[in-house]
Design a protein around this ligand. Sequence first.
Ligand SMILES: Nc1ncnc2c1ncn2[C@@H]1O[C@H](COP(=O)(O)OP(=O)(O)OP(=O)(O)O)[C@@H](O)[C@H]1O
Length: 271
Amino acid sequence: MHEIALHNVTFSYGSQTVLEDINFTAYAGEFVCLLGPSGCGKSTLLRLLAGLGHPTSGRLTLDGSPITGPGLDRGVVFQDYSLFPWMTTGQNVVLALNQAFPGKSKVEQADTAQAYLEMVGLNDVFHKLPGALSGGMRQRAAIARVFAINSPVLLMDEPFGALDAITRARLQDLLLQLWQHNSQERKTVFFVTHDVEEAILLANRVVVMGLNPGSVRGVFEVDIPRPRQRQDLYSNPAFTRLRDQLIRELNADVLQELEGGRTVQSAGEAI
Ligand SMILES: Nc1ncnc2c1ncn2[C@@H]1O[C@H](COP(=O)(O)OP(=O)(O)OP(=O)(O)O)[C@@H](O)[C@H]1O
């Protein structure tokens, strides 16, 4: 299971409506990418899914039950790394493991933490404080932590945004490996990105959100078989067609903003 549904979700910060009437269902084991202009409410939506806030109206459910707060069934990676700065990087991962698998011994938890840190390319950070790591390393440690607890739902807010291209590609592959690992128990993933190509590489469906207030502008099926080879995508007509479609959809909103509300027919007309 692990189906996530949003029913008429509206959310406001005071008088500012950030999300309006969002309806969407992510099927169990589905990989959903969220794309949209800055400020359209992607992070807010993820926070609601994580149980870190409640909708002003509407409902969010996990397998039909309302989401009322955070839980170990949802692993979260936000943009701000969210490691405890006073614990070593290894202790941060061990703490999460201890909550998820309290029956495991300290040695097992430390070994597992080290293995996941190594998996994201951090071989030598277990005893270092997060403050002694670079931003990209801290982000990888946060990713290792969420992979280690192996929750059935993953909520990831631009997790690879701060990383160099090679590390990013490695972690995209690792995420797909972990997601595809057991086809019977695939994780349900919500993944926020600004990168259209990353969305197509990863997702089953891409949700494009619009601005003012945030709403679902369109949902696009990625009809490209897996495994998807990065180097083959550019010569795949389905990839280029979808990429252009997504860029047009994203630009339409931005161009409309720039044009002061006058709807433009195409990117070319406005530029
Ligand atoms: N704690 C807060 N209090 C008040 N307003 C907020 C708060 N957090 C976000 N907002 C506002 O809500 C809107 C949506 O913000 P959010 O961070 O969800 O957008 P986003 O699509 O994730 O943006 P980005 O792509 O830049 O990360 C923005 O106008 C933002 O200023």
